[in-house]
Design a binder for this molecule. Structure first.
Ligand code: C5P
Length: 312
């Protein structure tokens, strides 16, 4: 089952300010969005990446893809007014061999490659997977300035990304609900279909860089992005063997069940010849073996039929 990632980075960044859109601000040695793409580029479970950016930043994005030699990026497309509109645009531009789709915020560069792989593998067993962290504070539900409810803290989590789904289910949910509802994450869209996503506990490090304070925090945690962000050279010698599998505890009702994910470690990327990137409005066909890949920056979305065979 082929998994693609949609990285959305077409926000206005009003809470951040400044002339340069947030995803393109440098964090250490490269733009925030380049750190994020790199994590998906290295994740073995991801076949291809669709980038959604503001229309007038498509060309800049293409240059970043070229400069950092991101081989998995197959489309660069323009975003919409709301985050959910940007996601829908990405969903419409995904190659036809997609089975699973991982949606991720472009301004969450601290996501780990292991976590990406884990979510994709888990999604194949459970319908949908959402990464989140237990809320440390007590959450209050309010109306105006008044508290009307206090959910039990042990049941409250803060949702992050990636959020991973079967493509056909998510696309169907988006077609049905996008126009008439406002959502702040993709899980809400699929929940409307009666699906209960599995909440996978992630890391507090996986912050969404929203404000200047978040950016300062990100800068002070730059080492957590990995050695490539700091210019620190990797130690030579034999690589420490990675764990071949991951175990995730699934609690439904009753006794918790442990699910073992057969996860093979990610191999370091081979150095190849530089990829040629075009800005042509290209066909949507998946890449064939042996033929050179083109990254396209879309001018307009093409209408096309999609097969419904690839669910499970
Ligand atoms: O607005 P919010 O903080 O939820 O944004 C999360 C992610 O969604 C960011 O990476 C942002 O660039 C992206 N986004 C988008 N299109 C929008 C609004 C937000 O791609 N219209």
């Amino acid at each position: 089952m082929k998994a693609y990632a949609i990285i959305v980075a077409a926000g206005k960044g009003e809470r951040f300010g400044g002339k340069t859109p947030k995803p393109f601000v440098f964090l250490g040695d490269k733009p925030i969005i380049a750190h994020t793409i790199e994590k998906f580029e290295k994740a073995k479970s991801i076949k291809g990446i669709i980038l959604v950016v503001r229309n007038h930043w498509k060309e800049r994005t293409r240059k970043i893809v070229e400069e950092y030699d991101f081989k998995k990026v197959v489309r660069i497309t323009g975003g919409g007014d709301r985050r959910q509109d940007s996601v829908l645009k990405g969903l419409k531009r995904i190659p036809e061999d997609v089975g699973i789709v991982a949606i991720h915020d472009g301004v969450r560069p601290f996501i780990s490659t292991d976590m990406i792989n884990k979510t994709v593998l888990l999604c194949q067993r459970l319908d949908a997977v959402v990464v989140g962290v237990p809320s440390k504070d007590t959450v209050k539900i309010t109306e105006g300035n008044f508290v009307i409810n206090t959910p039990d803290r042990k049941n409250t989590f803060l949702a992050q990304t990636p959020q991973v789904f079967y493509y056909n289910q998510l696309f169907q949910a988006y077609k049905q609900y996008n126009n008439n509802h406002d959502f702040t994450d993709d899980s809400q869209v699929i929940e409307k279909m009666g699906i209960r996503p599995f909440l996978l506990t992630g890391s507090y490090d996986n912050i969404k860089i929203t404000t200047r304070e978040d950016f300062e925090f990100a800068k002070s945690n730059i080492l957590k992005l990995g050695s490539s962000a700091t210019g620190v050279k990797k130690k030579r010698g034999r690589k420490k063997k990675q764990k071949p599998e991951a175990v995730v505890e699934i609690k439904k009702r009753g006794r918790p069940k442990k699910v073992t994910l057969d996860e093979t470690p990610d191999k370091p990327k081979k150095r190849g010849r530089p990829k040629k990137i075009t800005t042509a409005t290209d066909s949507e066909k998946p890449r064939k073996r042996g033929r050179p890949k083109k990254t396209t920056t879309d001018k307009k979305p093409a209408a096309r039929k999609r097969s419904s065979k690839n669910k499970k």
